[in-house]
Design a protein around this ligand. Structure first.
Ligand code: S3P
Length: 424
């Protein structure tokens, strides 16, 4: 797909619902008693995979344009699926559902696309085995497909070597089916949507520093959930507004949970003019973001902030290439095991645009300011790569052509429509 250059962006917009929160709303709604109503749900392919898995386990889920209604059947209400649960491209579906399936009284199999079959599952298999779960990688390579024979579990304290909300959530969800308090400690706090939402549904989850604990056997009650706009999707428009001369855009109702707002902190540090308006701090905090064209400079990104911006690093790498001076990204080796190897894929594609960039073991070094031009970009079917280069294509000269551009469907089906909607 060829991307068109834009002169300036002006006006207001809203981005689709948060992907992490949409997944969790369907999962926890399925395990609650009663009907959970979800508005501003993300109807992207990943969240639809979650819906399809729970439908296969006997949960009635109505999905209209306005709302999703999940007719939950309680903690023990799932039925054995008749065929393989298809998780598509979704790591969140795979890892969170594995925790739930480990505590059921039936056998299930999970599988997904080529990318999901290469993503590391040992990080959940190890803690689940320690809880007494019967889970195995069918091909013996610690990846999907997975086979899980559910049964009651033992409570454990798991120390995770990676800061991963998917691992933390998997263990906490399995902990609902355990015989005591289950806890997880991670090296750095990762996104805490599971802890917030499980408590909202009536579970007893406590958080102390980087440790989260859950009491077993909660009675979850159906709730109303309005999903905030996804800051990871807003990131593309924040970038477009900052980098396109003459722009001023207002992105309304964006989730700004402090475990997710690293992009805002880093961009401000790079000189970005971003103002938070209408901040609402109830539950999952939200705000409207006013973004104005800014002159940006390089920065250092590493350490504790990484989990709070891990999904925004592809976009940040592009921004850094347009900024003046050097940006160094460290401690981000997790990028290698996302939907694609995002260090390699971003560096190779940015080089094609003329950027001065090199990959490192745990990140990249970008010497900004080199003249950038359109190029043939291979998205490797990674939605965040495709969207990052689409934004780059609206700013630079020359033809920007993205292979596999349709993969934005995973998290933002109307991305290209929205990308051109604010142009003058
Ligand atoms: C997610 C957690 C993160 C993130 C992913 C969504 C979640 O992954 O990259 O896009 O919803 O819990 P990790 O837990 O693997 O870091």
């Amino acid at each position: 797909m060829e991307i068109k250059k834009q002169t300036s962006l002006r006006g207001e917009m809203e981005v689709p619902g948060d992907k992490s929160i949409s997944h969790r709303a369907v999962m926890f709604g399925s395990l609650a008693d009663g009907t959970t109503r979800i508005t501003h749900f993300l109807n992207g392919a990943d969240c639809l995979s979650t819906i399809s898995c729970f439908r296969k386990m006997g949960i009635r889920i109505e999905n209209t344009k306005e709302e999703v209604l999940v007719h939950g059947k309680g903690l023990y209400g799932l039925c054995a699926p008749e065929d393989v649960l298809d998780v598509g491209n979704s790591g969140t579906t795979t890892r969170l559902i594995s925790g739930i399936l480990s505590g059921q009284n039936f056998v299930s199999e999970l599988n997904g696309d080529a990318s999901i079959q290469t993503r590391p599952m040992k990080r959940i298999i190890t803690p689940l085995l320690s809880m007494g779960a019967d889970i195995k990688s069918i091909r013996g390579n610690d990846c999907a497909p997975l086979r899980i024979s559910g049964h009651p579990l033992s409570a454990v304290h798991h120390t995770s070597p990676v800061a991963s909300a998917q691992v933390k959530s998997c263990v906490l969800l399995a902990g609902m089916y355990a015989d005591g308090i289950t806890s997880v400690t991670e090296p750095v706090l990762s996104r805490n949507h599971t802890e917030i939402m499980l408590n909202y549904f009536g579970a007893d989850v406590t958080s102390r520093g980087t440790t989260a604990s859950i009491a077993p056997g909660p009675i979850l009650r159906a709730r109303e959930i309005h999903v905030p706009g996804d800051i990871s999707s807003a990131a593309y428009f924040i970038a477009a507004g900052l980098l396109t001369p003459g722009s001023e855009i207002l992105i309304k109702n964006v989730g700004i949970n402090p475990t997710r707002d690293g992009i805002l902190r880093v961009l401000r540090d790079m000189g970005a003019d971003i103002t938070l308006m209408n901040v609402c701090a109830d539950g999952e905090p939200t705000a409207d973001l006013l973004v104005r064209f800014s002159t940006l400079h390089g920065t250092a990104i590493g350490g504790e902030i990484i989990p709070a911006l891990i999904d925004e690093i592809p976009m940040l790498a592009v921004i850094a290439a347009f900024a003046e001076g050097t940006t160094v990204i460290r401690d981000a080796q997790e990028l290698k095991v996302k939907e694609s190897n995002r260090i390699e894929v971003m560096v190779n594609n940015l080089k094609r645009m003329g950027a001065d960039i090199e990959a490192t073991e745990d990140g990249m070094i970008i010497r900004g300011g080199a003249p950038l031009h359109g190029a043939l970009i291979d998205s490797h079917m990674d939605h965040r790569v495709a969207m990052s280069f689409a934004v780059a294509g609206t700013i630079c000269d020359g033809t920007m052509d993205i292979l596999g551009a349709e993969c934005v469907n995973i998290s933002y089906p109307d991305f290209y429509r929205d990308l051109y909607a604010l142009g003058q």
